[in-house]
Ligand binder design. Sequence first.
Ligand SMILES: Nc1ncnc2c1ncn2[C@@H]1O[C@H](COP(=O)(O)OP(=O)(O)OP(=O)(O)O)[C@@H](O)[C@H]1O
Ligand SMILES: CC(C)(CO)[C@@H](O)C(=O)NCCC(=O)O
Length: 241
Amino acid sequence: MSDQSEPLLMDVGNTYVHWALGERFGQFLSRHMPLELPVELNEILENIKDVVLVSVRRANVQEELLTLAPTAQWHIAHTFPRSILSSDYDTERLGSDRWVGMLGAVALGLTETGSAVCLIDAGTAVTIDMLRGRHHIGGWIMPGYRVWFDSLLKETDMGLDRPDSPARALGASTNHAVANAWVSAVCAMVALRKAEMPGLSVVVTGGDASRLAPWIPDALYIPDLIFQGLGFWNQHCKAIV
Ligand SMILES: Nc1ncnc2c1ncn2[C@@H]1O[C@H](COP(=O)(O)OP(=O)(O)OP(=O)(O)O)[C@@H](O)[C@H]1O
Ligand SMILES: CC(C)(CO)[C@@H](O)C(=O)NCCC(=O)O
């Protein structure tokens, strides 16, 4: 039985759906339809009153999720008050997961320190977003670790296996040449921003964050940043249109 007073938080990404309820959390694949939910989550959905969801997938994934708990109140994070977080980006297109990740930085007070913040979310895609206080000044999108390999596998005749532990050094094998190029690309992008913004704080999150964080000096590794952001959106943004 779940504690019905707190909402179930869900982040529907391009590869995984991540969920959290208090101390409980998990993930399942978002790309296989119909969705195959873990038993624990199905049990939670039978009793839950509120679900707070952010999604970057097509509407049909969201619709299928909604049918799994028809009596629950679903709160979908897709509007973001500019009074709380503004952006120079094309806000019609800025991914909801990026907005919510940045709200996670706001929730943790990282935007109030006087230093600019560089937020790296290493998932299916890697997004790198820059914040000055509660203002998003822009960002970058590049392939995530798996997609980086998959694109070369598809377009070349190289045989490739993804190493578990990529590094920033030069590669001495095909696999490490590709893997280390990915780490080095992200590190170089961060170094570019740091050169322009001394004192920049760097935050790393997402499924591949643990592969990157050791190579970025002074990076803060915050695995649950998206859930911090979803909780903040639910409390402070949902009611503001
Ligand atoms: N258990 C796992 N099995 C396979 N890959 C994993 C696993 N855990 C983490 N990863 C890595 O994490 C990446 C996906 O990250 P994450 O779960 O943050 O993506 P996502 O939220 O689905 O993507 P996005 O937020 O970009 O839409 C995969 O590409 C893979 O490299
Ligand atoms: C970039 C991704 C795929 C990262 O999950 C997502 O945020 C997205 O689909 N964004 C829309 C495009 C944009 O943010 O400019």
